[in-house]
Design a protein around this ligand. Structure first.
Ligand code: SF4
Ligand code: SF4
Length: 385
């Protein structure tokens, strides 16, 4: 069972969640949390606990996502929606610079907007891990993404541990859930049982400690801690998908010429959905756009995807003309070369790429198949597709 430090665990009644949101807003944070929008659970502005998706859950499978009301009073009874912390810290469209015509002169503004001070409330543990992975990419390499850093420095994270995993989750394979072990200011476990509707609160930072001091809480009992630990164990056991990552990096590198990539490529539409919803994918393009009159222009950074042909465009054309070569690039980056670059895998097992793939391509199945075929070639596995 997960070890929870007793002296660091508090109990907060469910009604106090509203006060938590209000206190963060009073401290100057823009409070972001899960909301029901456009037939999905999406992170957006939350002004009070009434904006949270109490009584809603989601059903997910390869190429399938539905939300429905379940009559439960739990605030966090869903899994994950299509967006994540990435939408706020590393948004899909970022203005880098603006220029406008002033008479015969051009005026340049290179930092049009001050950084947002976000409190992300209800992020799942896999999404907290995804932020830690993006930190390595955008903060710890040779080049620091200034806008990401400004927002990241101001960020407050309230994670909520998972009670019921979805049909496409595999965080246990990636060491990123179902309970958070780092990277948060506060970690909540929602307990809604015969002893009442309440949250077990774990503190992960000084800012988290300050916030708890402003709320009405009491020390958690051994029974509360036991309930939270059992909830995490039950959630871990309920996860049905997995990838065995032992030696996977080498097997992927050994399989670059496998004809199996073509089988995946024949199904893949190169729609880019998997990279757009992925909380760790970070690639961007930079474009200059101007108004029709030529009076103002801006330089924008927008998300890009390795599934776009132009993404690998060099002199003479795209390096990855075939769709299967783009899928191979994506999966091999996530599960192999990311480790060489950033000393971590590029996947947290959130399952979004499986859920939001219109043809239901499943990274766990494809990675396991590549593994099996590599084992078959090496004579350690008898049967592989
Ligand atoms: S590759 Fe898929 S499962 Fe892994 S983090 Fe990205 S969206 Fe989630
Ligand atoms: S794997 Fe699926 S989501 Fe990703 S580009 Fe191909 S069809 Fe789109």
């Amino acid at each position: 069972m997960r070890a929870i430090q007793e002296q660091n665990a508090f109990i907060m009644e469910a009604r106090e969640l509203n006060r938590l949101i209000e206190t963060l807003a009073e401290k100057g944070y823009e409070t972001i949390g899960p909301t029901v929008q456009q037939g999905a659970i999406l992170y957006g502005h939350v002004g009070s606990a009434g904006d949270l998706p109490a009584g809603w859950s989601d059903q997910q499978g390869p190429g399938t996502y539905r939300v429905s009301e379940n009559g439960d009073s739990s605030f966090f009874g869903y899994v994950v929606g299509p967006n994540s912390g990435k939408s706020f810290l590393h948004p899909s469209r970022e203005t880098l610079m603006q220029a406008s015509r002033k008479g015969d002169l051009l005026e340049f503004v290179d930092d049009p907007a001050p950084p947002e001070r976000y409190a992300l409330i209800g992020l799942r543990p896999c999404d907290v891990k995804a932020i830690e992975i993006q930190d390595r990419v955008l903060l710890e390499g040779l080049y620091v993404d200034r806008k990401y850093k400004e927002r990241r420095d101001l960020l407050f994270i309230v994670t909520v541990n998972c009670a019921k995993p979805g049909g496409t989750c595999f965080c246990t394979s990636m060491g990123s859930g179902p309970a958070a072990d780092s990277g948060y200011d506060l970690a909540l476990t929602e307990l809604n049982d015969d002893r009442g509707h309440r949250f077990l609160v774990e503190v992960g930072s000084d800012s988290g400690s300050e916030l708890v001091a402003a709320l009405t809480t009491k020390q958690a009992t051994a029974a509360d801690i036991d309930s939270a630990g059992r909830q995490a164990d039950d959630a871990a056991e309920a996860i049905s998908k997995s990838i065995d990552t032992t030696g996977l990096r080498e097997q992927l590198y050994d399989s670059l010429d496998s004809p199996y990539w073509e089988k995946i490529g024949a199904r893949c539409l190169a729609c880019t959905n998997c990279t757009m919803v992925c909380p760790t994918c970070f690639c961007t393009n930079v474009q200059d756009v101007s108004d029709l009159a030529g009076n103002s222009a801006e330089r924008i950074q927008i998300w890009d995807s390795c599934f776009n042909a132009e993404f690998s465009g060099l002199h003479g054309g795209s390096v990855r003309q075939s769709i299967h070569s783009r899928y191979r690039q994506w999966m091999t980056h996530k599960l192999a070369s990311w480790e060489d670059q950033f000393d971590t895998l590029g996947c947290v097992g959130c399952g979004r790429c499986i859920t939001w793939c219109p043809v239901g391509i499943d990274i766990t199945e494809e990675a396991n198949t590549i593994r099996k075929r590599a084992g078959q070639l090496a004579g350690t596995v008898e049967d592989a597709p």
